[in-house]
Ligand binder design. Sequence first.
Ligand SMILES: Cc1ncc(COP(=O)(O)O)c(C=O)c1O
Length: 502
Amino acid sequence: MPAMKDVFRHEPSTSGCDVPTCDIVSVYLIGAYEGLAVAAIPTSIIVIGIIYFRHDALLSQELAEYLNDQDKLKHLRNEFFYPKMATLPHVDKSLVNLEEDSVYLCGNSLGLLPKATTRIMDEQFKKWAEIGVFGHLDGEIPWAFCDECCLDGVAKLVGAHPSEIAVMNGLTVNVHVLFTAFYKPTPSRHKILIESKAFPSDHYAIESQIRLKGLKVEDSMICLEPRQGEDILRTEDILSYIEEHGDSISIIFFSGVQYYTGQLFEIEKITAAGHAKGCLVGWDLAHAYANVPLKLHEWDVDFACWCSYKYGCTGAGGLAGAFVNERFAEDKRDRMLGWWSHKYSTRFIMDNVLDLDTGAAGYRISNPPIMLAVAVLGFLEVMEKTNLEELREKSIHLTGYLEFLIDHYFGANSAKDRKVHCEIMTPRDSSQRGCQLSLKFNYDIASVYKELVKRGVAVDKRYPYVIRVAPVHLYNNFTDVWRFVQILVKCVDELEKELDKK
Ligand SMILES: Cc1ncc(COP(=O)(O)O)c(C=O)c1O
């Protein structure tokens, strides 16, 4: 990578735009010219812009490359298998350079494979082949305790004590495990408060939990809606609902980061408001785990669960997690049980007299799946080289840069009056979102998605309006974001051409 000063000389750039010299005055003018779009870009990038670039350079590939060069976490990309254009399916070979990296911005759905995972997995296959059943208790990762080998690392990611964590099952199964234990409705307090746009699996799980208790969903499930015409649930509205109706609510169950809008809820405030009214407060952290720093213990969350295959990079259907606050460690509440709920010290006496394990360990049911635990361990090996605080710092810049470019090309002040356009649905305040931006289109998202995929972009679509784009702090860089936006502009141009023909 050339030094910054060499990149930003007067030569024509590879992207075709003239690379500007340092021009502080004109960069200041960008603020007036671009208005809100520039306000959205993180301060550090504006500062770089103010010091070194003029307006057009803020849009240049060179800026993206400069930011990559400055990124102290750039080495982490090499810890993952990053897909090439040539290996992605559905790519139109005439539209891409097959040698190039693809534009993978879909870690909100399925994170990339850490190289460490393949090594640890091969070690387990070898061990299985060589020692069979002895593998349960022998070797570097005794399979009978493979979930426990993950506890320290996972606890750190969610801000908990290891004894508050269980690594087990799938996410929705853990929703059921936790609700079976914590949902104890009474005639005066039987309601469950969720978001109106909760993920379908959570919605169905809660409905079924209500019915399993002999109650009616219409009476006991409250789905809190955003204000009319808004997509984002305002914290003030959530808090005032709890204040007004909390006395009849048994459990408040929200997602940490909302899958559709990308909103990061104010977990600490909402938890405290629920507690003030005597409710239990649980969280589905599917989109928050390994995305944003969490402090479940400090925030006094009652229980939580998450999947690990998104930002946690454990592969499809990867091993999920659960948090049970230490205040419930000894309470022996009724729950779903199995032999792994039983303390290890007496488990193999096999007398069918339950000696319930303490803490989250007592919520386990089955023996842990080593092949799934390997993927958690592979990811944790990567996490040993970094931490969520520094990843978050990068993430705010990366997502802010995406926001800036989207606003520039599609926002209200963009130069082109477009028939096909998108706007950012995710909150503008970086403290209220994680890696993901949800782009809300005024056009059929399946067509936009198809054009993107043809050009080697991996993102995902969620009906009715949204394409989710998640530059992930661990392996994405500013060039991925820059290339995505260039490709999106091309796709939209193509779709508009088609529209003009009609
Ligand atoms: C918020 C949320 N809840 C639940 C699920 C379902 O997870 P699983 O199929 O692993 O149970 C998902 C999956 O993406 C999700 O995003």
